[in-house]
Write a protein that binds this ligand. Sequence first.
Ligand code: HEM
Length: 424
Amino acid sequence: VGPDPTGGGTSLPGIECVSASLMRGAAYAERPFEILRAARDEAPLLWDDSRAAWIVTRYDDVLDVLRDNVKFSNRVKQRTLGIVFGQAGTMSSMDGKDHVDRRKIIAPELMGRRLGDFLPLIEANARGLVDEFSGRGRVDLLGEFATRLPLRVMIDMLGFPKDDEVRLRNWHNRMFWALGSTGDALREGIEAHEELAHYAEPLIVDRTACSREDLVSKIIHSQVADHQQGVEEMQGLVSQVLTAGSETTARAIASMWFNLLSSPGQLEMLEDDPSLWDHAFSETLRHDPPIPENLREVVEVVEIHGRRLWPGEAIYVSLLSANHDEKVFKDPERFDIHRPDLRFARELRLAGLDEGGRSGHLAFGAGSHFCIGFELARAEATIASKVLLETLRSPRLASDRRPILTPASRLAAMDSLVVEFDAR
Ligand code: HEM
């Protein structure tokens, strides 16, 4: 199944027809936003032959799919996340009551007052890392800071010993790069989960017998009566939380600093008013969502743009394209921490337009699977960035090492972010 080729030329010079293959080739690496715009304008529902899946690119269509977990199921993720983390503990691949039961055990621990118990860990870890390079005048902000901070915070939150950071990073990396992969990378990820599960088991057993202040204890002794976490489920949850929350937040921090250091005048505004870090974080997630797309499975016959989609078909929603939809965000390629059309406050699970006439970015998804770590990620990025800006004077991108960026897949593309500064 697939749409008929449209033919007849497109708004893209030199390109006859907008197709999903355009979203992979060399042209996409050079001008991703032009290609995504043409897709939104001329072929808002595309068939991707190589992945045997549909793709939607407009903000409204992406939102409709994400908000409707009855017609569009997450069970397709049993084939990706479920294989790596084990089916028992992977809330991302569940629907309906099973999903709600798993989610309500952990989500409240990562929000509001209860998240507040963990916030001092963020500042302490950020200061510890900054101390390692603050006298040096040069740092790889991605490798030495952004990728280390969220993992360290999660290690502390879960209650693992800090000394095990290197082992935990190794398991994290292997699981992260296995998601959506096949072959050796997938095998590596499954093995890493098994090793981590074996390592975590004594801690889970200990916290079951005797509750402490860490996240594992809080989840095990949660008052949610409908569902009791077993050891295997806890092992899956530990792997999922460690993986979901680290690289994503790391890339958000690095992208935010890259955007600020390459957009004249914006960092100065933050020096004058640190409350604007919340704006910088929201605008970064809009401009560069760390996860550029998300997958669902069609479970009821649905019609999108005149085309019938059948149960069992896979559909990708492009979060990157939705966040750059000019019908929602004017001049979308511009990074602007004062953008009037973006919601800057705490994200809303339903996303879309708020009562103030601003729309939410979709980097955390929307609807029932909306990211449970959204407040934690925001707290990590903003607290850590305040610590950085307090310590590093006149930070600037190192002239000899500009990061290689493909905006369409920044998560995979940025290999380092070398920054120079004057020590305070
Ligand atoms: C900037 C950082 C982050 C980004 C961009 C991000 C993005 C996302 C997205 C797009 C989803 C929705 C997946 C779907 O619709 O199927 C999601 C779900 C999830 N995220 Fe995050 N995330 C981030 C940080 C975190 C953190 C810090 C945690 C730590 C706990 C976390 C844990 C999860 C979990 C467990 C889910 C699954 C929720 C469910 O299926 O109900 N994420 N995240």
